[in-house]
Design a binder for this molecule. Sequence first.
Ligand code: KIV
Length: 254
Amino acid sequence: MNPLASLQAMKQRGEKIAVLTAYDYPTARLLEESGIDLLLVGDSLGMVVLGYPDTTHVTLDEMVHHTKAVARGVTRVPILADLPIATYETPAQAVESAKRLIDAGAHAVKLEGGTSHVPQIEALVAARIEVMAHIGMMPQSVQIEGGYKVKGKTELEAARLLADAIAVEKAGAFGVLLELVVADVARRITESIKIPTIGIGAGTGCDGQVLVSHDLVGLFPWFTPKFVTQRARIADDIRAAAAAFILATKTGVR
Ligand code: KIV
C-alpha cells in the first residue's frame, strides 16, 4: 500500500498530521519511536546542519546523502525529501532529480511552487513519484524576495494562494505545505481542497503541522522563528556536557 495514503485518510477523519524534519539516522529513529506521522528531509538542513546562510546552497548530492541516513533509521514512517534549488527547472529534470531521492529511500518529494510548477508535478505523477507542493513563503526564493515574508495579507495574494493549492491538487500532488501563510487564508485553503495541508507558521487551521526539529528541541539556538514553541533546550545540555568533560580532562577529576 502507498505509505502516504494514510495521510489523506487522516484528513478525511479530521485527525491532525504531525511532521518533523530529520536529517540523520539517530533523529529519524528517535522521531519514529516517538510516533511521528511523516519525516521531512528538508533542505533546511543547509542551515541547521551544514551552516549555509539559507537553502539556496544545498545540492542534490547533499540531499541524497542525508536521505540515505534517514532511511536507515526508520522502518514504518514515510520519508518526504526536498528537491533542492535548480534541480526541477523542467519536468524532465524534476523526474531525474526525484528518482535520485527515491533511490536514496524517500517515498515522496517536495518542490517549491504552485501553478508555476504544474508541469513538473504532472511529470512526477506520470512517473509514479509522489509529490508535495510547497507554497506561501518559499525559502529557495529568499534572496529574490529579500527575506522571509508572510503571504496572503492582501485579497489578491490570498486568491493566488488558493488558486495555487487547487492547481497542485488537480495536477496530482498528494499534499500542500503552507509556509508563513496568514492563518485565515491557510484555513480557507484547507477547507477548499481534499488533499492534506501541512502548515508551518500558518496557524492551526491546517490538516497538519511541520517544524524543523532543531527549532523544536533547541539545537540551533542562534535563531528560532517566532512561531516555534521550543520544547527542549538541547544546545544547553550539549554545552553543559562539553564543559563538564573539558573540566574533568583538564583537572584529572572524573
Ligand atoms: O526544508 C524544510 O525543512 C522545510 C520546512 C518548511 C519545514 O521545507
